[in-house]
Design a protein around this ligand. Structure first.
Ligand SMILES: *Cc1c(COP(=O)(O)O)cnc(C)c1O
Length: 396
């Protein structure tokens, strides 16, 4: 089918939650994509931080093929070997003790919200259920996670929101401290807010949240759906900041595109989920766990977190060189989560980049966001920067 044919079919039969998507990709290889009309693109969006290994990584493809030929799914009524192996891999590479598996970031955060409430009740704080979250956060699209997401645009039309969330500005320790009361049970925060505009925490902020939680016996929960899996330069984002949370949620890059999410917790918190308290039919089934095991092993074996630092710095440097000539406010981010902050026409620039063969996204109306695969090389970065420069010369 051509792009036009795919678009016509999708427009007629799919509920229009994504607007005009304009492109239809049909093939991927490494950091490249091809659309239905045969045009090639450099993919610096990485499926919204999902394709950490690029497209068609042989280790992931082989793991999926082998697992598919064996057994795809049996349910969580039975032990699942690759799920157990995946759990060990994640625990061995974190400060957490046990995992729960689900299918998405929103579901991982649902599990975190539930376990935080349960932990408070299990520990004598029967009236503590409030969770503090941050303005401009993003935690998912279920009712609980849009409520956790402190951005009014995600709430409109879906009221009433779930009870028990309190919002404070990101990076503001005083406001957070002031919001804590006897009803508070947890704080949920992204180490870096990605959807919110690539917002970086100040030095000491995450540490301050940790201290606040210790002071008031609250659970500190990091939403690492986007920042885990090596993207910030360490396997988990929290390891870049030296602050250990009690709960971590992850998803996106975990299965390289096969849907899987996970909530990791310290033992004392993990103990609040017991048989019957939580479950997911597909959570960590054979297929997604096999894909995730291959993905995690590859990121670790090939030291891709280290490559993310090198390539991220190289990308930031290349973009900074455009600052004198074009309306760039700043380049911010860490590892391979980078935002080019513009003072005008960011949406137009994103569209022009795509026209010129670079896939990226405009976030929050003024930030061009880059989430490329972690295994890119300097030639890919140079290609991306050249396309951004060419696009800027056309837009500005
Ligand atoms: C994408 C994202 C989510 C939601 O994940 P889904 O898989 O879309 O449900 C939650 N938190 C963060 C930080 C994300 O980036």
């Amino acid at each position: 089918m051509t792009t036009a044919e795919i678009k016509s079919l999708a427009t007629e039969y799919i509920i229009n939650t994504y607007g005009d998507r304009s492109l239809a990709f049909v093939k991927g290889e490494g950091p490249y994509l091809w659309d239905a009309d045969g045009k090639k693109y450099l993919d610096f969006l990485g499926g919204l931080a999902v394709n950490g290994l690029g497209h068609g990584h042989p280790k992931v493809v082989e793991a999926i093929r082998e697992q598919a030929g064996n057994v795809l799914h049996t349910s969580n009524l039975y032990y699942i070997q690759p799920q157990a192996e995946l759990a060990k891999l994640l625990i061995d590479n974190s400060d957490m003790d046990q995992c729960f598996f689900c299918n998405s970031g929103a579901e991982a955060n649902e599990a975190a919200i539930k376990i935080a409430r349960k932990y408070a009740k299990d520990n004598g704080k029967t009236d503590s259920y409030e969770i503090i979250t941050m303005d401009n956060s993003f935690h998912g699209r279920t009712m609980a996670t849009i409520t956790a997401t402190a951005q009014p645009k995600y709430h409109v039309g879906f009221e009433p929101m779930l009870e028990g969330f309190k919002y404070v500005p990101f990076d503001d320790l005083d406001a957070t401290a002031a919001a804590v009361n006897s009803k508070t049970c947890a704080i949920l925060v992204e180490p870096i807010q990605s959807e919110g505009g690539v917002n970086i925490p100040s030095a000491g902020y995450l540490q301050g949240l940790r201290e606040l939680c210790d002071q008031h016996d609250l659970i500190l929960m990091f939403d690492e759906v986007q920042t885990a899996m090596g993207r910030l330069g360490t396997f988990f984002g929290y390891q870049s900041y030296g602050v250990i949370p009690d709960v971590i949620t992850m998803a996106k890059a975990l299965g390289s595109g096969v849907p899987i999410g996970a909530m990791l917790a310290k033992q004392k918190v993990a103990d609040s989920f017991v048989p019957g308290t939580h479950a997911a039919t597909f959570g960590g089934n054979f297929l997604s766990s096999a894909a995730a095991c291959a993905t995690v092993k590859t990121i670790l074996d090939e030291n891709l977190a280290v490559n993310a630092v090198k390539m991220g710095n190289y990308l930031a440097g290349g973009l900074m060189e455009l600052k004198d000539k074009y309306p760039i406010d700043e380049v911010r981010g860490k590892g391979l989560l980078r935002g080019l902050v513009l003072t005008e026409n960011a949406k137009l620039l994103a569209a022009q980049c795509i026209e010129n063969g670079l896939v990226t996204i405009c976030t929050n109306d003024y930030v061009l966001r880059f989430l490329p695969p972690l295994n890119i090389n300097t030639a890919h970065v140079e290609e991306a920067v050249n396309i951004v420069e060419k696009s800027m010369s056309q837009v500005y």
